[in-house]
Design a protein around this ligand. Structure first.
Ligand code: 6R9
Length: 649
């Protein structure tokens, strides 16, 4: 694919950009040659209470793996995102909020943000929250989500944001894992003209999360909700009784900033822990360079704050840089498929960042939804979350970017805090479908999955690992450092293992080929197949289940479930629907099965291991390539599965 069409930056764009090709090369070389000097200099972009003198202290090879950046530095994340802008740009809008219903909007200046966040911090203190405590945030995409996160950072509490689409069970397990005693929620969320009963979900979760002492409730839709007398507190009532001044807590650079749960190939979701100094620095720097962000730009990241993309590129990165960041409550297709473009036009958005699944859905809706909207303010377009297919890339480029707006395909993970592979819009000639080249300080390597040896030279194909640390890297799995070491550092000693397969072409460009583990990527949402399986087998009529991904035109991957029923159960359409609803209830709507195939048996080895490789091939409609089936205990099972394969959704 090295012959793929190249889209170089225009000379005009390069001339005005933070980095052109030469600058990128120089800075990249410097960042690898002397990381200490490079990052000591970059650290100056933050306001430190005590500037760091110890820059990097990392060992990937140590049996316990230790990662520390700027360890003797002292700072406060909220002061960096809010207070320091109050003097220089206090009246500038910090957050533009666009509600689900067209016509509902708010603009919050840095001065106002400072007041809201300070009050929020004082309310949390009043509820007994102190430095190091964990606070679970289960909120819709409303400004209060930003206030809540920044308020935690202000007082040194560790936030754990749980996506508002997760079920009460998923919420309870995340509350329990990190031991939060306070939950922040709203009466309801609003999405695409519908409402989600968030407070009722919290009420349903709390009998399974007994450590919660206080629930702070934001009034959003005004719906009637139950309030438990001693436990539940209305945010607006509590806020009326506190001061709008609250000193930011001095934090060590290595103190935890937040926990964010993410799916792996085994077990329950992991609490990815991010640090204070390194994370903020990396989010800020990537937001500036990857999107070529300049003062005064209107920046829109269309993710949800429940995912890492929302943390780094709605909140922390843009606000650390003093940007105007746009927060959108709704969905791309409500009231119709022109919503994104209407918002871009309305606010004269300069940088727009979304997921390939949204681009594919809007492409499918037709160009009439784009036509007639003035998109001339757009300077950079971004994508994230999954590989982007060239058709979607071309549509984005032609219809939205009008053939002259650079597209940055950013590869990164919850674990990485910010972009690791990405073009810089003034520096990198792009190729549709490639995340191109490493960001400053990032050393990607491709390893042979069998020998674990680095494949040098081009082209190369194998698993993607990182040779050394970058400041935004996660520090541990909350409460389980052993799991951190085992998940990321044990398969390939001395490297961080991403879990992704990757190809490097003749030009040294990286092409992500997808996960090599049992993680699937559905509409840019990451999910462990094991989580869906355990939800299915929890149903009384299900005896066994195996879940794999399959190619899906809009979602990227769909969820394909093989289900074996308990003896005597009838495989009916009603039961299919019941199982779909069951999984939605157990995990949330994003985990809803696309296809359920009744399987009288699952292909297993003689030792009883399910042969997922075969199930994946059947789901992909690739029967010719089933591979070695000699270890199957009952080969006839496979013939049955092939004969009854479900049609693609
Ligand atoms: C930020 C985020 C991480 C996984 C990652 C990979 C996939 C993300 C991608 C991409 C191809 C891109 N992924 N960006 N694949 N091209 N530009 O998405 O974090 O939810 O943790 O998912 O998503 O498989 O390993 P997270």
């Amino acid at each position: 694919m090295s012959d793929a069409k190249l889209y170089p930056p225009t000379p005009e764009f390069a001339a005005g950009a933070h980095a052109d090709a030469d600058r990128y090369r120089e800075m990249y070389a410097a960042s690898i040659a002397d990381p200490e000097a490079f990052w000591a200099e970059e650290a100056k972009r933050l306001d430190w209470i005590t500037a760091p003198t110890k820059i990097k202290n990392v060992s990937f090879a140590h049996p316990d793996v230790s990662i520390k950046w700027f360890e003797d530095g002292v700072l406060n994340v909220c002061a960096n995102c809010v207070d320091r802008h109050v003097e220089s740009r206090g009246d500038q809008v910090a957050i533009i909020w666009e509600g689900d219903e067209p016509g509902t909007q708010k603009e919050i200046t840095y001065i106002q943000l400072h007041e809201h966040v300070s009050r929020f911090a004082n309310v949390l203190k009043g509820l007994g929250v102190t430095k190091g405590d964990r606070v679970t945030i289960y909120l819709p995409m409303i400004p209060e989500a930003a206030y809540a996160m920044l308020a935690c950072a202000r007082i040194g509490a560790v936030h754990s944001v749980v996506f508002a689409g997760f079920s009460p069970d998923a919420l309870a397990s995340r509350i329990n894992d990190c031991g939060s005693s306070v939950v922040i929620t709203a009466d309801e969320a609003r999405r695409g003209g519908r409402t989600v009963p968030l407070k009722a979900n919290v009420d349903a979760a709390l009998p399974h999360a007994l450590g919660v002492e206080k629930v702070l409730v934001v009034e959003h839709t005004g719906a009637q909700v139950d309030m438990a007398a001693t436990r539940d507190v209305w945010w607006h009532e509590a806020a009326a009784g506190v001061d709008d001044f609250c000193d930011p807590e001095p934090m060590s650079a290595e103190d935890p900033l937040f926990i964010l749960y993410t799916s792996g190939s085994t077990g329950t979701p992991k609490g990815v822990l991010h640090s204070t100094g390194g994370y903020l620095l990396y989010a800020a720097m990537t937001q500036q360079y990857t999107f070529d962000y300049h003062d005064g730009d209107i920046f829109w990241c269309g993710a949800d704050v429940g995912w890492v993309t929302g943390h780094s590129y709605i909140l922390y990165g843009p606000l650390a840089n003093g940007a105007t960041t746009l927060m959108f409550e709704g969905v791309p297709t409500y009231p119709d498929a022109s919503r994104f473009w209407r918002i871009c036009e309305k606010y004269k958005v300069n940088q727009f960042y979304t997921a390939p699944t949204a681009i594919r859905a809007l492409m499918g809706a037709g160009n009439q939804y784009v036509e007639g909207h003035d998109l001339s303010s757009l300077k950079v377009l971004g994508t994230v979350g999954e590989p982007i297919n060239p058709e979607a890339w071309n549509w984005y480029n032609e219809q939205i970017g009008k053939g002259k707006t650079p597209i940055v395909d950013t590869w990164w993970q919850t674990e990485t805090g910010g972009h690791l592979l990405t073009p810089l819009p003034g520096a990198t000639a792009t190729k549709p479908g490639s995340a191109t080249l490493p960001f400053f300080g990032v050393e990607p390597v491709i390893l042979d999955p069998t020998s674990g040896q680095e494949i040098t030279g081009n082209p190369a194909e194998g698993v993607l690992c990182l040779k050394d640390s970058w400041p935004g890297q996660m520090r541990t799995v909350w409460g389980d450092h052993k799991r951190f070491v085992k998940t990321y550092f044990s398969d390939y000693k001395g490297y961080y293992f991403s879990g992704d397969g990757c190809r490097r072409d003749e030009d040294g460009y990286y092409w992500i080929t997808g996960r090599v583990d049992d993680v699937i990527n559905v509409s840019g949402h990451r999910m462990g197949t094991a989580e869906v399986e355990s939800a299915l087998v929890a149903h009384p009529k299900v005896s066994e289940a195996a879940v794999v991904g399959y190619p899906h035109a809009v979602k990227g991957q769909g969820i394909y479930c093989y289900v074996t029923l308990m003896a005597g159960q009838e495989p009916t359409e009603e039961l299919r629907k019941e199982l779909r609803d069951w999984v939605r209830k157990e995990i949330g709507p994003i985990a809803s099965p696309d296809l359920i195939q009744w399987a009288p048996g699952l292909p297993k080895t003689r030792s009883g291991k399910i042969m997922r490789r075969i199930l994946r091939k059947i789901a992909e409609d690739d029967f010719g390539a089933l591979g070695d089936t000699s270890t199957l205990a009952e080969p006839a099972v496979v013939d049955d599965l092939i004969a009854n394969r479900m049609n693609k959704g």
